[in-house]
Ligand binder design. Structure first.
Ligand SMILES: [Zn+2]
Length: 295
């Protein structure tokens, strides 16, 4: 599922391709109508016709294709959605659900196997978005801002990170990776983090997301970019989908558990369960939160 780094990769690729280009038409394939969430493609086509792309922005996992008509096309890729920028005569991808016809013979195609993705046309991007927490790669994402969202919460920290109202853009891959770098057990109560752990968690979130962007996103199954290529972040993960493999840091066997209904991967030795503020079964007394910030 595309998370912040994958959507940001798409944004960076799309912007130079789309800005200044004019929309000549828009249509949705039969059977895919629900991606417009109740609107018809003919009504959207009528509003989009002649509009020119000005910028491409991102908020959390949402893309905003901004237009000179003061409207914005908001795209949510959800599970398996992707965007393709293609010449009109380039073979149409299987599972193409919608096509923006552009000037000069190009198309922007929305491809989606599972059909959970959505396209909205709104006056402001926020109009199409649910409540979202701070943007983790922005200056607003301070340790204090993160703690504001987590304090008092009893839910597992893993679940809290996946809640888009707490932090925008984190999904299963980057939550597991950030918790590994933070030496935090995924089931630790979100509100139990000590100050040094909060600082390390914020730093780890930014690091895994920045690494993901630098590697063009992670392609475990479905994610591909605007020309259909895979990212490379899957080659750099420390715990995600590495069940039964040895931890790079300590050699312990990486485990897979279910937290809040989601598959969760962690190293039981590097991310031990903590009770009443103390580490349990820790065999590495030198390991304290923040002590290994070079990771
Ligand atoms: Zn380990």
């Amino acid at each position: 599922m595309p998370e912040l780094p994958e959507v940001e990769t798409v944004r960076r690729q799309l912007e130079p391709l789309l800005v200044g280009r004019q929309i000549l038409g828009f249509r949705v394939m039969p059977g895919a109508e629900r991606l417009l969430r109740g609107r018809s493609d003919t009504s959207i086509d009528a509003q989009l016709n002649g509009a020119v792309f000005t910028t491409v922005t991102r908020r959390g996992k949402y893309l905003g294709l901004n237009l000179d008509s003061e409207q914005v096309v908001v795209v949510h890729l959800r599970m398996t959605g992707s965007l393709r920028f293609r010449a009109r005569d380039y073979e149409e991808e299987s599972f193409t659900r919608a096509i923006f016809t552009l000037d000069a013979g190009d198309q922007l195609r929305f491809v989606d196997v599972r059909k959970f993705g959505t396209i909205d046309l709104v006056d402001q991007m926020d109009d199409a978005l649910p409540e979202l927490g701070p943007e983790p790669l922005s200056d607003e994402f301070t340790t204090e801002a993160l703690w504001q969202e987590l304090r008092g919460r009893q839910q597992p920290i893993k679940s809290a990170l996946l809640d888009q109202r707490n932090v925008a853009g984190i999904g299963n891959i980057y939550a597991d990776e950030a918790l590994f770098l933070s030496h935090l057990n995924p089931e630790a109560p979100a509100g139990s983090l000590r100050p040094a752990e909060r600082r390390l968690l914020r730093q780890s979130i930014r690091q895994v997301l920045e690494d993901g962007v630098a590697h063009g996103g992670a392609s475990f199954r479905d994610y591909t970019d605007v020309d259909g290529s895979e990212g490379e972040q899957q080659y750099f993960v420390r715990v995600f989908r590495r069940t039964d493999e040895p931890c790079d840091d300590c050699g312990a066997i990486i485990r897979r558990i279910i937290v809040g209904g989601r598959a969760t991967h962690f190293c039981p030795k590097c991310q031990p369960v903590r009770q009443r503020g103390r580490l349990v079964k820790s065999t590495r007394p030198s390991r304290s939160a923040g002590a290994r910030s070079t990771l």
